[in-house]
Design a protein around this ligand. Structure first.
Ligand SMILES: C[S@@+](CC[C@H](N)C(=O)[O-])C[C@H]1O[C@@H](n2cnc3c(N)ncnc32)[C@H](O)[C@@H]1O
Length: 204
């Protein structure tokens, strides 16, 4: 890990994403999560205060130790039992069908081999489990898409591998999921290229 990924990115990420207009979506997607839960790309732990009491155990993974370091304060303050691991979501060290819920927020944009990671999520979910997602991605407007494609190479460099132009719905479906609920919208604040959201639930 470089100083930029390990220290600079987690510091700025926490500042930029700890905002009320983003928190609303987090609350909305997390309110129905239950049982044994896996969150991939936990980052600095901004979802943690929004998990409901129906969560019996939370396993969190992130590949960036710097992000994980910034999450420690939130983990200690939480009443939920948290199993914290620094590892790559493309290869999950869990048995097949071991989680009731898997959560991903603002993470599918930056996992390098996204198809592999989504297949892993599908594998570790119980047959009646649910995948909860709240992600930014490819917009539904052609002009915005054009700009997303133009600036994506620069975004990937300064934002630690984050892509602006991933079709999140298509990627989830291609991994074998059935999307049962989906909502698309723009976040209230921020450039349109960065704020087109896919929020929903998928089943196996
Ligand atoms: C933009 S942050 C989102 C953090 C958090 N989910 C949130 O909503 O605030 C993306 C996170 O995904 C993590 N990440 C990226 N690729 C990953 C991978 N292959 N495996 C696990 N975590 C990954 C990054 O380290 C980063 O912490």
């Amino acid at each position: 890990m470089s100083f930029y990924s390990d220290v600079v990115i987690p510091f700025f990420y926490d500042m930029a994403m700890d905002k009320p207009h983003i928190e609303e979506g987090r609350k909305n997607i997390l309110k129905n999560v239950s049982g044994e839960v896996l969150e991939i790309g936990f980052g600095t732990g901004l979802n943690l205060p929004h998990y409901p009491p129906a969560v019996s155990k939370l396993t969190i993974i992130d590949k960036n130790p710097g992000m994980n370091k910034r999450a420690h304060g939130r983990i200690s303050a939480s009443k939920i039992k948290v199993d914290n691991m620094v590892l790559n979501g493309e290869e999950l060290p869990f048995e097949d069908e071991s989680f009731d819920s898997v959560v991903s927020t603002f993470t599918l944009c930056s996992i390098q081999n996204i198809d592999k990671a989504l297949k892993e999520i599908c594998r570790v979910l119980k047959p009646d489990g649910k995948f909860f997602f709240q992600e930014h991605g490819l917009a539904n407007d052609l002009k915005i898409r054009k700009w997303q494609n133009r600036i994506n190479p620069f975004q990937k460099i300064w934002a630690d591998g984050c892509n602006l132009n991933r079709d999140i719905k298509l990627l989830i479906e291609n991994a074998g999921f059935d999307i049962t609920e989906i909502k698309n919208y723009f976040l209230e604040k921020g450039p349109k290229t960065h704020t087109f959201m896919y929020e929903g639930i998928a089943c196996k």
